[in-house]
Design a protein around this ligand. Sequence first.
Ligand SMILES: Nc1nc2c(c(=O)[nH]1)N[C@H]1C(S)=C(S)[C@@H](COP(=O)(O)OP(=O)(O)OC[C@H]3O[C@@H](n4cnc5c(=O)[nH]c(N)nc54)[C@H](O)[C@@H]3O)O[C@H]1N2
Ligand SMILES: Nc1nc2c(c(=O)[nH]1)N[C@H]1C(S)=C(S)[C@@H](COP(=O)(O)OP(=O)(O)OC[C@H]3O[C@@H](n4cnc5c(=O)[nH]c(N)nc54)[C@H](O)[C@@H]3O)O[C@H]1N2
Ligand code: SF4
Ligand SMILES: [Mo]
Length: 730
Amino acid sequence: MASVSTAIRTGGKTVHAVCTHDCPDSCGVLVTVDTLTGRAVKLQGDPAHPVTRGFLCGKVARYLDRVYAPDRLLYPMRRRKGVAKGPLPAATDPARIFERIGWEEALEEIARRLQQIADQFGPESILPYSYAGTIGQLGYGSMDRRFFHRLGASQLDRTICSSAGGEALKQVYGVRLGTPPQDFAHAGLILVWGGNVHGNNIHLWPFMEQARRGGARLVVIDPYSTRTAALADEHLAIHPGTDGLLALSLMHVLFRDGYEDAEYLRECTNGADQLRAHALRAEHAPQQASAVTGIPAESIERLARAYGAAGQGRGGPAAIRLNYGVQRSQNGGTAVRAVSMLPLITGSWKQRGGGLLLSVSGAFPFDSQRLQMPELMQAGPLGRTARTVNMSALGLALTELGSEGGAASERSAPTGPPVKALFVYNSNPAAVAPDSGRVLRGLRRPDLFTVVHEQFFTDTTDYADLVLPATTFLESKELMGAYGHLFAQISQPAIAPRGEARSNVWLFGELGKRMFPAEPAFADDEDQLIDQALGSGHPYLEGITRRRLENEGHVALSLPKDLHGETLPFSTREWFATPGGRAELTPVPEWVPPVESRHGAEGGGRFPLEFLARKADHYMNSTFANLPGHRQMERSMAGVLEMHPIDASERGIVSGDRVRVWNRRGQLTLTVSVGFTVPAGVVASRMDWQKLSVDGQNGNALTSERLTDLGRGATFYSTLVEVDKELGTK
Ligand SMILES: Nc1nc2c(c(=O)[nH]1)N[C@H]1C(S)=C(S)[C@@H](COP(=O)(O)OP(=O)(O)OC[C@H]3O[C@@H](n4cnc5c(=O)[nH]c(N)nc54)[C@H](O)[C@@H]3O)O[C@H]1N2
Ligand SMILES: Nc1nc2c(c(=O)[nH]1)N[C@H]1C(S)=C(S)[C@@H](COP(=O)(O)OP(=O)(O)OC[C@H]3O[C@@H](n4cnc5c(=O)[nH]c(N)nc54)[C@H](O)[C@@H]3O)O[C@H]1N2
Ligand code: SF4
Ligand SMILES: [Mo]
């Protein structure tokens, strides 16, 4: 409170920032800074932002707790001699493990070690590992990529989140684009399909509520009863991994009962006849699909008819908020292809408030080639494109790659030298990567040189040789696109970096200058990078300049408009970016059960329960899990296994029992909460830092490195387990 009154006394300044966390909403943020102390004293949503409209989610409303956390990592540090890599109790003073060094010394050591390793094993033995600590254009992929490209390091296939769904949209539509979020207000029927709107995408909710006030029905398709599902008109608790079949069954009714928009199908799609014949096959009839999906046949019939009829009378059209939950499943790519075909059958794209939203990231044609300069690979020591290592199989890469008969035997595994250096930034792989048992075995290797650029001492820094302090979004400049709305923004630094924290751009620029002094690519500053990103010449970016973004905070993309001045993606043929210039409905989507699911090859065996290793509503993947205020918000769910009464009673388990959740890959201790948030046969737990849990594990001890059917993505939601009551508990 003291600092707030200071701000009032001195008159604080307000800075426009943008939340750079990995969230579809990319909120406009106003930061009040006390000009006397330079301290940020208040954070609020920017009321001028047309989508995020002046409010922040609960996680970022408390962002100053993060920025000013007493345990933030503020200085470069080196592991003390003789201290082994491995998990530390969260309360451990980092000074016992690491000694503080200067940036100069840190950079010098990193440059020397990387050069040594490159000389001895080849530069591809260096693996950068990063994901979405920030989704800013600069911090997510600019100077870092230039550096690793010039070095000749392995490339990282960034598949851990959205590559299956992204690839599916590309195959069907040619581009990741969809219904603008504001247009959900005009829908007459809303399907939230594998999306946790209240937990993960809160700024869509007011538009959905507006539609509901106008009479729209909300149907949620999710095996888990999220807050969104609880607030819906109907919740269909689908069996995990069966969405492709549900979509085919809806198509079955749409085609059978004449709800197709024949003219739109003819004009805008390719393969409608094949799709119709396929959907009308007997195994796709609601009665058959019901047995597999767990959704009553009448509900499928009713939903299909409501979907087909929406937009035909006075009510609005049907809109689908498909989210990434569906594609974290072994056959999730095909499932997304199938779901994304529904609005093509009914032509609901033609009406405002129709269509489908998964991601609109493809609407931001920033010049990523210019930012990342892949051509530096050719100029570097390799003289060719470096190999690619899949981040969703990190454990495999760290433990098998380069060994006799190792990685090469597994599907789509790369070949070449073992990984000898791991450079982690924007990510906490020890906690978020699948099959953490294997990942940690790799991270523990004494011969692996590991650098981690972070804001906190995470599960991953426990395995680092060197840790480097990173800035938060209040401390550096960024250019932002979004995957859930259509406004470009600039985030201005509101405060000076705390301690010796430095941005990703600074870090990799400095390393680049040090190791490759003759290379001009490392001299660009943030403003130059922003100008380069905006300079693609693509019509969607027309009129969007750095100056304008700085003055206005956010600027709408210059998307095509129809005669009425409306932007209606895929309402006409011009929007499709497939090679054929039309939506591609072939090959027709075939539903196949995930191997690890009740209907799959391993179903009903030793591990009969489907396990959802979920995200937490009050964390961002593993981010925020260490902050006391955030833990307090999440407290009722931390360390909990949610279980249906049937599964619990079969095992003699009651609420409050400690259980062992296990499979071939690992085991995990949780406390059971028996209830109806999951259907019978499904259990669920939420993301946490491993070292903050009772046994140093989270759900990823059980998930696998098996990849999705499209996009080589992670399959977090195709995991089978068994649950046993721990002896000695009540
Ligand atoms: N609070 C919070 N917000 C976040 C994040 C967070 O961790 N916490 N993470 C951010 C990130 S990185 C992302 S990618 C987005 C993701 O946001 P979402 O796409 O919403 O992702 P998930 O929460 O993984 O999955 C959504 C829902 O899919 C359900 N689901 C699981 N399996 C299936 C299935 O087989 N079929 C169907 N129909 N549903 C299924 C899950 O139960 C879940 O409720 O959210 C972002 N926002
Ligand atoms: N079981 C299970 N596992 C999952 C998921 C799931 O639903 N279930 N979801 C998956 C998904 S969708 C995703 S996207 C991944 C997310 O995986 P990650 O991208 O690794 O996500 P976070 O856990 O948020 O970790 C990001 C880290 O980056 C740091 N950071 C933030 N900003 C910066 C910065 O500017 N510079 C640097 N150097 N560091 C920064 C943060 O402090 C944080 O520790 O997790 C995946 N893992
Ligand atoms: S996490 Fe998402 S909802 Fe929360 S402030 Fe950031 S962008 Fe907005
Ligand atoms: Mo994600």
